[in-house]
Design a protein around this ligand. Structure first.
Ligand code: TXA
Ligand code: MG
Length: 335
């Protein structure tokens, strides 16, 4: 299959919609990461998402909608706090998990669960596509399963060329980490995946929100967001987390080089380090979120044999960054 990459403009929306209506998948930008979309009520189309990404069938998909009115088509009962979240954060990086109406969405979207995650993305290209199509679009991140999520059309192409017909190119994404997944079916809403909308932002609108600690999240045998149990966001070389201290990192680089390693370091802009490969994260948590996946992917274009990535404070969007880094590193710290 030939994969076309088209800059978003009227003719390319028409092309993308034609592919979707033909039960094909199309990659498109959102404000978080690129998604790989198919019409969410079409089982045959949705299955092509799982095939293209090599995604495990037990991992459900987020359904993207272009208007709040559509929620009622897919959800049995919209809790009051969910309504408040939609008003405060949609369009935006927040996925709300609610009970789905039976027999409306394609079964593979929910992967056997009774619930579905809905989100209205805050991106002109995504919203234009959704509103012109007039149908819900199921879309996971548009990476090969296990790889860092794509924040540029080129990342999608690297992973999925030959496996999907089209990438709609809307430039680099603005937030850089995925949406927050918030379970609205529990008494106290529960963060199943930290993301672009932080716990602090949610609590300002709906009061108490439960964010499981890493230990709590791992102790659960079946994670409530099935996707969180798989290895994720990983470049080819092993990643080790390290405290953001230039002295410690320099020591680590020397030790690893003495063992014959070629070291890549992911570090903040202002940190003075001497290493064969250095990828810069910026200085704030927001900048780090934007650059995280591109930096992890950049390591795959080097001959580095080991990657050291600096940790960050877990306040605000730092929680999402550390969640992704811990997964990329398989929870390994360099000591
Ligand atoms: O920002 C995003 O959320 C991006 C863009 C494209 O919208 N999408 C995305 O999708 O990250 P994906 O499939 O890579 O991650 C969806 C996460 C997975 O961890 C999945 O298990 C969880 O959401 N999820 C989806 N539906 C769920 C449900 N009904 N109950 C619990 N978790 C669910
Ligand atoms: Mg993903």
């Amino acid at each position: 299959m030939k994969t076309i990459v088209e800059t978003a403009q009227p003719a390319s929306y028409a092309q993308a919609i034609a592919f979707l209506e033909q039960q094909e998948v199309v990659a498109f930008p959102t404000e978080t990461v690129y998604g790989l979309g198919a019409i969410a009520t079409d089982e045959e189309a949705v299955r092509k998402i799982f095939a293209a990404k090599a995604r495990p069938a037990d991992n459900p998909l987020i359904v993207h909608i272009g208007t709040i009115e559509e929620v009622a088509h897919y959800i049995t009962h919209v809790p009051e706090k969910a309504r408040q979240c939609m008003e405060a954060f949609w369009p935006g990086a927040l996925t709300l998990i609610m009970e789905a109406k039976p027999n409306v969405l394609a079964p593979s979207v929910m992967a056997g669960l009774s619930t579905v995650g809905l989100r209205m993305p805050d991106h002109d290209v995504a919203l234009t596509l959704l509103r012109q199509l007039g149908k819900p679009v199921a879309a996971p991140s548009a990476n090969r399963s296990g790889k860092p999520s794509p924040t540029e059309a080129q990342h999608v192409f690297e992973d999925l060329a030959g496996r999907i017909p089209m990438v709609l190119d809307g430039g680099a994404t603005g937030i850089g980490v995925e949406s927050t997944v918030l379970d609205m079916t529990t008494d106290i809403p529960t963060i199943l995946r930290p993301g672009g909308v932080t716990k602090e932002m949610l609590e300002a609108v709906i009061g108490e929100v439960f964010q499981p600690t890493k230990l709590q999240a791992e102790a659960k045998e079946t994670p409530k967001a099935p996707g969180m149990k798989y290895t994720h966001y990983a470049p080819n070389a092993p990643v080790y987390l390290i405290k953001p201290s230039a002295v410690k990192i320099q020591e680590a680089v020397q030790q690893l080089q003495a063992q014959g390693h070629r070291v890549a370091v992911l570090a903040p802009d202002d940190m003075v380090i001497d290493a064969p490969y250095i990828f810069r994260f910026g200085t704030t948590a927001e900048q780090m979120a934007v650059r995280l996946y591109d930096a992890l992917r950049a390591c795959d274009h080097t001959d580095a044999t080991i990657i050291l990535a600096t940790t960050i404070d877990e306040a605000g969007v730092g929680a999402a960054i550390m969640n992704r880094l811990e997964k990329a590193a398989g929870h390994q710290y360099y000591r």
